[in-house]
Design a protein around this ligand. Sequence first.
Ligand SMILES: Nc1ncnc2c1ncn2[C@@H]1O[C@H](COP(=O)(O)OP(=O)(O)OP(=O)(O)O)[C@@H](O)[C@H]1O
Ligand SMILES: [Mg+2]
Length: 496
Amino acid sequence: MGLGFGIDFGTTNSTVCIYDGQEFLTVYLENEQITMPSLLYVDREFRPFFGEAARTRFLADNEGRRIQLEKYEVGTIEIVLGDNAFESMDHTGFDPAPTSYDASVTGVTDLNLPGFLFAGSKRLLGQTVFESVQLFGRRFRLVAVVSSLLKHLLSRTTGQVPQVENASIRVGRPVNYECPGTDGQEGCNDRAIDRMREALSYAGLKSAEFFLEPIAPVLAWMAGGSVGDRVSPVADPQPRAGRGENVLVLDFGGGTLDFSLVRIAANRIEVRDNDGYALGGDIITEMLIRDHVFPLIGFDEETLAEVRPHNLEVDELVPLILNWRTTYMLNQPEYLNRLREAMRVLPSAAHRFNRARLLIVRNYSYHLFHAVDLAKQRLTTEAVAEVRLPAVDIELSLMREEMESSLATYLSSVTTKISAFCRSDGAGPDQVDSVILTGGTSLIPAIQESIQELFPRRVVPIDPFQSIVKGFAIAARLGADGRLSQDGDRLIIDLE
Ligand SMILES: Nc1ncnc2c1ncn2[C@@H]1O[C@H](COP(=O)(O)OP(=O)(O)OP(=O)(O)O)[C@@H](O)[C@H]1O
Ligand SMILES: [Mg+2]
């Protein structure tokens, strides 16, 4: 068997791993790190920056910038009324409506945009809304963005590890890609897979095959070892003696939460069921912003209720501020005037609305998301974490207990889903022998505690950032040796 090459293209972080049957080979992606943020920044000269360097560049380029948006005419589109609409109007006795009319469409340009940050591209893969973006006169397809990130990951292997050209390759996919408001989960997954396939082929990885993300950690767990560590033994997963074992994998990533139920019998691993939801760490960060930052910018329910009678429609700004990608759109007089009016009608909240205004005009929404995300991560080991953004007058101390109360609804929804998932296979949570808890978000103590409570003494330790990619590298080797097969929708992994 040759080399197995695993690629984990994550919503937040990406990583690669090479496995030669004895050792997982380390690939340093950026500054001695073996994972890299899945970020691409393209500046005005079309220079690409990847990973942490992309984030640094984006933050620096936006420091002190004041956004200037200009409206422009996209053109006129002809709207044609469907035949049915025409007929129904006719039957009800109205004068027949014109079958078509013209409507003018406007867009906005960010005049002094220094560059564009592509973040969380994986979340967009299944969605129809984002096919490409027009940037400094050029069109960037989503597929090209993903392909650049994959190419960059591949380029980092050069010179560090044996040539991967002849390696067998497995790339991860979640059980379900995110698909708000699209044509159902299946169509969304198909679209995402097609786009990933296209991106892989542009990156020179045409032979790569997909492997479900939550199955991979089982292989890594059975193989043992850690990256670049010859001391602890690593070997292809071997047949097991005994009655067999049911293993539940819970992958709490940045974008998605994936489940897999796997049965390890004497000489094979059988994947019994998978499920996945858009309930990763990004959503938790957004919940923290909603619960703890919104009261500081006048966007809490109480303040919004006080402005509502004045019909300023400030509520419309809320989702656009919460999603950092869309906040810049608010730099238009019609929105900024609403905030100005809100300050006038509710003087007691004026300083808070002013912070919202600063967030918008200084383009600080991503800074805020990133600062709260880092605070969330620090709360895993610390009782208090500070968020300090003097440019927008935001300063807050986040306590671990506060985060836990924000998480209560999330946790109850997650544990209900896990229990239902275990029962759907005919076995309740009691039938699960081991639980593999992985993904960066699984580090949150309240999540660990909930899972421990649901499966007492059955959670096994595993590296939350590396177990998935290691599993892909193992699967790649096993696949090349003909040891992966499909029985209906069930994947069977042959251990002999
Ligand atoms: N110490 C920590 N405590 C809490 N959360 C953390 C910690 N470290 C990372 N995270 C969170 O974990 C998430 C990233 O996890 P991970 O790298 O497993 O995701 P991903 O593989 O990129 O995403 P996906 O699998 O959904 O595509 C982020 O939301 C990040 O904020
Ligand atoms: Mg992941």
